[in-house]
Design a protein around this ligand. Sequence first.
Ligand SMILES: C[S@@+](CC[C@H](N)C(=O)[O-])C[C@H]1O[C@@H](n2cnc3c(N)ncnc32)[C@H](O)[C@@H]1O
Length: 284
Amino acid sequence: MISFVGAGPGAPDLITLRGAARLAAADVVVWASSLVPRAVLDHANPSAVVHDSAGMTLEDVLGVYEQHPGAAIVRLHSGDPSVYGAIQEQIDWCVAEERDFEIVPGVSSLGAAAAAAGCELTVPGLAQSVVITRLAGRTASSMPERQSVASFAAHGATLAVFLSAAQPRELQQSLLGPDSAFDGATPALIVVRASWPDQRVVWTTVGRLAADLAATGARTTVLVLVGPALGRDRPDSLRSHLYDPGWAHLFRRRSRPGSTEGRPIPGAAERRVGSGPFPPGVSR
Ligand SMILES: C[S@@+](CC[C@H](N)C(=O)[O-])C[C@H]1O[C@@H](n2cnc3c(N)ncnc32)[C@H](O)[C@@H]1O
């Protein structure tokens, strides 16, 4: 069996229980040292044969699978394997070679970055959609038409921009194109190495994004989040219907007539003045 396991964003305790169990039972582990800290390998059996995929091609990795037809193999991918994991080509090989495989999901850096910043990406009235995207970079040919960052910026949804930290100016320009719903004051977040011991969170705006991103000095393992949902200046009425006492749904009756729309949300005032509390490592 070949298990494509999501290692999580970096912290060794953010791998799932199933992922850790697969590592503990693996005879062979292929991991990406460029994105997954060595500490995650502490979950593996010390006698497992470990290959670092950082210097390997797809053919090299498939060669390892071929050499171990009956073994329990774990291919460790950063975050969740379904997001820029390059697993499809390996799955196609498994199907063609009639090799059993499974995917063990993981905690994506998307969730880890939001957690590091202490924020929600889908705030009612401001953003109810999250777009996972990237700049074309060196792989421009793999970017389908009509899926540019600029085209998604026109929607005003929360954007999660992966794999683009090395192009700060191009990213800012794409976010401020003629059709963009964003402007220079739109909130943006730069999260470097979310959940790693040296995690950094920088609160900024689209107008300052290029300068602040370049100033981090980080080019990889950086996620940029953009959109009005990330702002601290929200109208008080923007609370979720789900927990509104005046709102009934399948699992809860309305507890009293009337809605709380327009009432202050507990803690909202403190959050607006930016006094925190923010998790460790968050700078504003
Ligand atoms: C090849 S993609 C893999 C994404 C991964 N599958 C996931 O779910 O997070 C690598 C990119 O993910 C982002 N990334 C991965 N881990 C990260 C982390 N701990 N903090 C911030 N960004 C991260 C960066 O944009 C990085 O360039």
